[in-house]
Design a binder for this molecule. Structure first.
Ligand code: SF4
Ligand code: SF4
Length: 121
């Protein structure tokens, strides 16, 4: 019993063995494959990434100029990053936040900037 008591007291006053995730997050290691990001400004909607993706996580609609990405299918293999001729896909080292609901991302071309009215004169 005296041995148990010292163990109990030791555990009560010891630092926690794990982080209080998600309040406290460990910074990602350099080069960690956290998640895939797209830059649709430079994307040509050629579909090479979609054809190469082993888990069918990317769907390209060339007519609507949309790239639909399902992050829950993605295994972060980087095949799409390597094949993209325009370097429109990259890997971010930050991991995605946990989610309760599965959603897909729909990326489109950014809207062109609005023209300012010309000054009279
Ligand atoms: S391979 Fe690159 S340029 Fe082609 S659709 Fe995918 S992201 Fe766009
Ligand atoms: S990283 Fe791999 S699995 Fe994820 S979208 Fe790209 S090719 Fe598909």
């Amino acid at each position: 019993m005296p041995n148990m008591l010292s163990n109990i007291l030791g555990n009560i006053f010891a630092r926690p063995a794990t982080r209080a995730y998600p309040a406290v997050r460990r910074p990602p290691f350099s080069g960690a494959r956290g998640h895939i990001v797209f830059d649709t400004k430079s994307c040509g909607f050629c579909g090479a990434c979609s054809r190469r993706c082993p888990s069918a996580a990317i769907v390209i609609n060339r007519t609507d100029k949309t790239l639909t990405f399902d992050p829950f299918r993605c295994i972060i293999c980087e095949a799409c990053v390597e094949v993209c001729p325009r370097k429109s896909i990259a890997v971010d080292s930050q991991y995605r936040a946990p989610a309760y609901v599965k959603t897909v991302e729909v990326h489109t071309l950014p809207a062109p900037p609005e023209e300012a009215p010309r000054a009279a004169g």
